[in-house]
Design a protein around this ligand. Structure first.
Ligand code: ATP
Ligand code: MG
Length: 445
C-alpha cells in the first residue's frame, strides 16, 4: 500500500479518478507519478489512465480539452490544476522510428505493455493505495534498474528516442541500466540519428540539468554508444592528452567529466558551456619543444560549439552566450595583469556569472589554483562597494585658482558645478571649467 500525499495537485488527481470510478469506469494513476510516489518523491504531475474513451471523459469533465483524440488523450482541469486522462491503449505499427500509426483502445494490462520501462509502467489506485504491477516494475524499482518492457530490441526499433530516455531515467534517478537492455542500445545507437534534433536536445538537456552527476551520465551515453553519434566532438575528448602540470587529473575527457559532476544546480548555459568548453583542444593540439600546446583552442572551440548547438536547435541567444563563454574562457588566466577598464568590461558582461562559474569549475577540476577566481570575486565586491556618484571634475582648488577666495563661496560654486556635472550640462572637465568661467563672469566675479 502506498500512502497518498494530500495537496491540491494530488487531491485533484484523486478527484478525477473518483469521478470516473463512480461512473463505472476503471481509472488509475499511471506512469511517472506512481514511480515517484513509490520512491518517496513528490510527482511533478499526475497522469490518469482509464477504460473510458475520450468522448466519455469529455462528457464527465466540463471544459475538458482533447489533445489527441486518436491517441485517446484528454486534458482535464480541476480547479487550477490540469491532468492528462488517457484511455488504456495499445500502439499500432510504428512508421518512422518514433510515432505509431494509431492506437487501439484496450485494457490496463495491455496498456502497461506499450510503456517504455518497467518502472514507468506501474498503476496505482489512489482510492485504495494499491499498486497494480503487470511488468515487474516494483522489483526493478527496488533494485534501481531501468529495464525495457518486453524485448528491448523491438522497443528501440519502434521508437529510437527510448534509448535516450533510458539513459535519462538512469541518470536522473541514479539507477543502473539492465545489462541486456544496455546491449540492445549499443546495437541500435546509430539509429538515434533519425530522431528529431529538438527531442534529442530535450533529453540531453534534462540529463545535464537534472542528473545529480551529469558527468556520470555523459560517460553512460558514451558507454552505450550514443555519444559518438549525437556529440562526436565530445567523444573525441577521450584520450586527448594535456600537460600534467596544469592537468594532473588526466585527459580532456576526464577533466570535462569531473567539471560536469562538480556543477551545482547548473542552468542550460553553464551546463553546455562546461560540456563543450574544451572541444577545440583535439583539433589544435601540437607538440612544441616536447610540450603539448593548444593554441587558440578557446576560439576554435567557440566556433565548434556554435555549430554543435545549432545542430541541437538550442535557442539562438543561448548559443551566442555559450559560444562567448567558451571563446573567452582562457582570458581568465590573465585577469591579474588586466587594466582596470578591461576588467570592468569582463565583469560587466551579461555572461559574467556563467563565465566565472565555468572558470571556477575549470580550476577545481584541474590544478586547483583558485587565485584568479578569488581575485575576480574580490574585484567584483570592491566595484559594487564603489560610490554610485562619480568623482567631481572640479575641485575647490580649481575654483580658488579662478579667483574665488572665500571658503563659503568656494563651497557654493563647487556644489553648483558638481550639479552641472551630475545633470549632464557639461560633458567633461574642460567643459565644466568653461561653464564655471561663464557663470562667474555673469555673476560679476
Ligand atoms: P517525467 O515526467 O519525470 O519525465 P514520466 O515517467 O512522467 O517522467 P513522461 O515522458 O511524462 O515520463 O511520460 C509519461 C509516461 O508515458 C511514462 O511514464 C511512460 O509510461 C509513458 N511513455 C512516455 N514516453 C514513452 C515512449 N517514448 N515510449 C513508451 N512509453 C512512453
Ligand atoms: Mg511526466
Amino acid at each position: 500500500m502506498i500512502s497518498i500525499p494530500t495537496n491540491p495537485l494530488s487531491d485533484g488527481a484523486r478527484a478525477v479518478v473518483r469521478r470516473l470510478t463512480e461512473k463505472g469506469f476503471t481509472a488509475l494513476w499511471a506512469g511517472g507519478c506512481v514511480r515517484d510516489l513509490i520512491m518517496g518523491r513528490a510527482p511533478k504531475d499526475f497522469d490518469v489512465a482509464t477504460s473510458a474513451v475520450p468522448d466519455q471523459v469529455e462528457r464527465l469533465f466540463p471544459g475538458a480539452v482533447t489533445v489527441g483524440k486518436s491517441f485517446g488523450v484528454v486534458r482535464v482541469r480541476v480547479q487550477t490544476h490540469e491532468y492528462e486522462v488517457a484511455t488504456f491503449r495499445k500502439d499500432q505499427a510504428y512508421r518512422d522510428g518514433r510515432h505509431p500509426e494509431g492506437v487501439v483502445f484496450t485494457d490496463e494490462q495491455t496498456d502497461a505493455q506499450r510503456r517504455d520501462f518497467t518502472v514507468n509502467a506501474l498503476f496505482l489506485d489512489p482510492l485504495t493505495g494499491a499498486v497494480r504491477d503487470y511488468v515487474g516494475g516494483q522489483a526493478d524499482l527496488a533494485a534501481r534498474l531501468i529495464r525495457a518492457v518486453g524485448r528491448p530490441d523491438d522497443r528501440f526499433v519502434e521508437d529510437h528516442l527510448r534509448m535516450m530516455r533510458a539513459v535519462r531515467f538512469a541518470a536522473t534517478l541514479d539507477f543502473k541500466l539492465d545489462p541486456a537492455m544496455a546491449d540492445a542500445i549499443r546495437r541500435h545507437a546509430p539509429q538515434i540519428e533519425k530522431v528529431s534534433a529538438e527531442r534529442l536536445q530535450q533529453e540531453l538537456t534534462r540529463i545535464l540539468l537534472e542528473a545529480p552527476q551529469p558527468g556520470v551520465a555523459i560517460e553512460l551515453l558514451q558507454a552505450v554508444g550514443l555519444l559518438p553519434v549525437i556529440l562526436p566532438e565530445v567523444s573525441a575528448l577521450r584520450g586527448q592528452e594535456q600537460p600534467t602540470q596544469f592537468h594532473p587529473e588526466g585527459d580532456v575527457w576526464t577533466h570535462t567529466i569531473m567539471m560536469l559532476n562538480a556543477m551545482r544546480q547548473p542552468d542550460l548555459r553553464l551546463a553546455y558551456a562546461v560540456l563543450l568548453h574544451d572541444v577545440g583542444k583535439p583539433g589544435t593540439a601540437k607538440f612544441v619543444e616536447n610540450r603539448i600546446r593548444f593554441d587558440c583552442h578557446a576560439g576554435v572551440g567557440a566556433t565548434l560549439a556554435e555549430g554543435i548547438l545549432k545542430r541541437l536547435r538550442l535557442p539562438n541567444d543561448d548559443i551566442k552566450a555559450i559560444a562567448f563563454c567558451i571563446g573567452n574562457h582562457m582570458r581568465f588566466m590573465d585577469v591579474q595583469r588586466m587594466r582596470k577598464a578591461t576588467l570592468c568590461r569582463l565583469v560587466g558582461a551579461p555572461t559574467f556569472a556563467t563565465e566565472l562559474e565555468l572558470h571556477r569549475l575549470d580550476c577545481a577540476a584541474s590544478h586547483g589554483d583558485m587565485t584568479n577566481h578569488a581575485f575576480l570575486v574580490a574585484f567584483q565586491a570592491a566595484r559594487r562597494a564603489e560610490p554610485v556618484l562619480p568623482k567631481p571634475w572640479i575641485t575647490g582648488h580649481d575654483i580658488l585658482s579662478l579667483g574665488v577666495t572665500a571658503g563659503r563661496e568656494i563651497g557654493r560654486w563647487k556644489q553648483m558645478v558638481y550639479d552641472a556635472q551630475l545633470e549632464g550640462l557639461v560633458e567633461n572637465r574642460e567643459a565644466a571649467l568653461a561653464w564655471l568661467r561663464r557663470e562667474l563672469a555673469a555673476a560679476g566675479r
